[in-house]
Design a protein around this ligand. Structure first.
Ligand SMILES: [Zn+2]
Length: 96
């Protein structure tokens, strides 16, 4: 069984990785101040992959505007999806 990912380094800064409940219209968020990256539990498939890539881009490149992050994350997630990358964790395994 794979170990749960609790932290990750983005450009030399360690972020806490969390999966759980978020406000209704949010799929994820990143706070560089708190060094937290959160993904809403229950989001699945390509949308989940897109959300993870999206928040990773925010963590790495805080100067990028939302449109650039949206476009880039969508393009990257779709390629990863086409190449067969899938999330095999269930929410229970990843929730904090
Ligand atoms: Zn965003």
């Amino acid at each position: 069984m794979r170990k749960r990912v609790k932290t990750h380094m983005f450009r030399g800064r360690r972020f806490q990785i969390m999966f759980g409940a978020l406000p209704r219209n949010w799929l994820g968020y990143v706070s560089r101040t708190d060094r937290k990256l959160a993904i809403k539990s229950g989001v699945k498939g390509l949308e989940r992959l897109d959300t993870i890539v999206h928040e990773c881009l925010h963590a790495c490149y805080p100067d990028l505007n939302e449109d650039a992050v949206n476009d880039g994350a969508g393009d990257m997630a779709r390629l990863l999806w086409r190449l067969g990358y899938r999330d095999t964790f269930s929410d229970e395994e990843t929730e904090t």
